[in-house]
Design a protein around this ligand. Structure first.
Ligand code: MF3
Ligand code: CO
Ligand code: CO
Length: 295
């Protein structure tokens, strides 16, 4: 037992710093706090806590992902095909010295996921023509100097209906509310709770089958970031964790169906689906987006 003020802290009790670790695995070690959390998270959860240098690498990849989105935004309009978006993303990524992560990932045949209207995620670009009033989710992941950043954005093609705009605004705001919860000492469940409670209050449903994920050294790392759940559950967040948050919100049922291509996930009832995603790093006092959209 150690005395701290008039409170006794057991070796096996939760560390008062809020890390979520046992005291003996955390501040009791004083000098080795950082390295010890890193090895503990790797062993216990498979989570790679990044070094500051690695975070800088992911930030650079993130800047390229955002720059690619800016190019995509310019061409989204009725009449283009989803393949036009793929061609642009592929060319821009390669010209900037990066590799499009989706291409050949577990057999995915294109360089970007493009998901229109009822498509929730993992839409394969092709001949589908984008129509006035459609919503188009473009999910870009680039590998730059070995570092991954992953971000998606739901664009409007032409003029959306009021209903459509409300869904997309709600999805965007649900991501913002999830991000707002990210800080050392919060848990992955706090993020999910913030997203689900907001989206459901607005009358929408949250997709369960696809989740956010650790990212940076690899495309999909532990942990999983659920977009639903209970406060205080899951894994305690610690400084220098990097992960995505990427809620998929539907106007109708939360249930999904996968098309015969083995990838395209659609809403089971054909209702509309929106998604937003950012790559986030946990900082000392909160978090920072490594893919900050300024639009
Ligand atoms: N970018 C997606 C995500 O957010 C994953 C796409 S996998 C692919 O995790 F193979 F479809 F590209
Ligand atoms: Co992702
Ligand atoms: Co993504």
């Amino acid at each position: 037992m150690t005395k701290r003020g008039n409170k006794k802290i057991g070796r096996n009790s939760l560390c008062p710093c809020g890390s979520g670790l046992k005291y003996k695995k955390c501040c009791m070690l004083r000098k080795n706090i950082k390295t010890d959390i890193k090895s503990y998270y790797l062993k216990r959860y498979g989570i790679i806590i990044k070094t500051n240098e690695e975070i800088e690498g992911i930030r650079k990849a993130g800047s390229l992902v955002v720059a690619t989105h800016k190019e995509v935004k310019k061409i989204i309009k009725p009449g283009i095909t989803t393949e036009d978006i793929n061609a642009l993303v592929h060319k821009f990524t390669v010209e900037n010295g990066a590799v499009p992560a989706p291409l050949n990932y577990k057999g995915f045949p294109k360089s970007v996921c493009v998901s229109v209207n009822e498509v929730i995620c993992h839409g394969i670009p092709g001949g589908r023509v984008i129509c006035d009033g459609d919503i188009v989710n473009v999910d870009i992941t680039s590998i730059l100097n070995g570092f991954y950043a992953d971000a998606n954005y739901t664009y409007f093609a032409g003029e959306p209906s009021d209903e459509t705009r409300k869904l997309v605004d709600t999805c965007k705001e649900s991501l913002r509310r999830g991000i707002e919860k990210v800080a050392p000492g919060a848990t992955t469940g706090d993020i999910g709770y913030a997203i689900q409670s907001y989206a459901e209050k607005k009358g929408y449903s949250v997709v369960r089958e696809f989740v956010g994920h650790g990212v940076g050294i690899d495309f999909h790392e532990p942990p999983q970031i659920l977009h639903f759940g209970k406060k205080g559950t899951g894994i305690p967040l610690v400084e220098n964790m990097t992960f995505t948050i990427e809620p998929m919100i539907n106007t109708g049922t939360k249930d999904i169906r996968i098309l015969d291509d083995g990838w395209t996930a659609v809403t089971r009832d054909g209702s509309l689906s929106s998604q937003f995603e950012e790559t986030i790093v946990v900082t000392k006092n909160g978090c920072e987006s490594l893919t900050p959209f300024d639009f």
